[in-house]
Design a protein around this ligand. Sequence first.
Ligand SMILES: Nc1nc2c(ncn2[C@@H]2O[C@H](COP(=O)(O)OP(=O)(O)OP(=O)(O)O)[C@@H](O)[C@H]2O)c(=O)[nH]1
Ligand SMILES: [Mg+2]
Length: 386
Amino acid sequence: MGLSVGIVGLPNVGKSTTFNALTSARNAEAANYPFCTINAHSALVPVADARLGALAAIAKPKEIIPALVSFTDIAGLVAGASKGEGLGNQFLANIRECAAILHLVRCFDDANVIHVDGAVDPARDIAVIDTELVLADLQSLEKRIERLDKQARTDKKLVPQLELAKRLLAHLDTGAPASAFKDAASAEYESLNQEMRFVSGKPVIYGANVDEAALAEDNAYVTALREYIACRNPQHGGCVVEAATRNAGDAGTRPVVKICAKIEEELIDMSAAERVEFLESLGARESGLDQIVHAGYAALGLMSYFTAGPKEVRAWTIERGTKAPRAAAVIHNDFERGFIRAEVISYNDYIARGGEAGARAAGVLRTEGKEYVVQDGDVMHFLFNV
Ligand SMILES: Nc1nc2c(ncn2[C@@H]2O[C@H](COP(=O)(O)OP(=O)(O)OP(=O)(O)O)[C@@H](O)[C@H]2O)c(=O)[nH]1
Ligand SMILES: [Mg+2]
């Protein structure tokens, strides 16, 4: 498990530039013409977590292994992409594989950078992409319903799923994303989504790609983007979802992260600390990457626990609410199967007591069983049978 983020948006809005900046490697060609990215490029990015350094100062491990987030630079979409316009449908498979979407929106002026629709207009641009994602899901769902319809005639167990699929089809038909579907939390939806991987069902983080000046203070484009997302600007058909029927994760609650891709790309050769300092001098609170990773963790309900010893100090990513045996499976499947118990020290106790021995002596090392819900920052040691 872990966080995988696909960077989605219109052509030429700065997706590859952002990808390069995020992954600190120029492995995606960034160039000033639309459709410069044809194949998806992916890269793993370590998640900055100051707690790892603090744990390592005590455990003195040979290695520090951070959690990793994978980013995928996806080809630009245009209106009609779901029907084969532009680079057409090939983008879909790349989006399906990702857990979350970073929807990058152009929020900068630059006469030298072509906009596929002639002018910068965040609300219109977002609507184009969102519509394509919904249309793509509509198409694949229609086909699935045809098959389900036939199967359900002989296998009555499939009837609830067929009914849910039909309700979802009607919902998508209004232009609303699958993430705003009112039954999105049901078991039938989960199972259908596991198979179909609805592209409009994924959590979205909006990345406003701005110029330097707008890092400190929103420019008019960022304001327009925020208004559109808050659904105060129905001019572009944005208010497809009634406020009362919104679920967490849909348009009303999607986070906005401001990044200046071009600057961050220029900072690639700086150390992480120098980069943050430079960005702070421009009025940004954290680097674009850190903001995106944090927003992604929050959107997907992810958190980290740690293992700490002389060999390594390592962060492991799990969903909030995960019980100890499942959390152990992230390290190794055998750990879940043969789970006996876990020794747990909360992060603050580990630091305050100077490590495991101190925590044990102070009585703050706890023994927890199968029902223990792992907490963010827990330092875990699993005992298991093979
Ligand atoms: N002024 C300015 N230019 C930018 C910024 N971000 C990207 N650009 C430029 O915009 C052009 C397109 O950037 P890319 O990163 O290739 O865009 P893309 O979204 O990957 O485009 P496709 O792959 O064609 O979909 C390049 O010339 C970038 O240098 C920015 O924040 N400010
Ligand atoms: Mg590109």
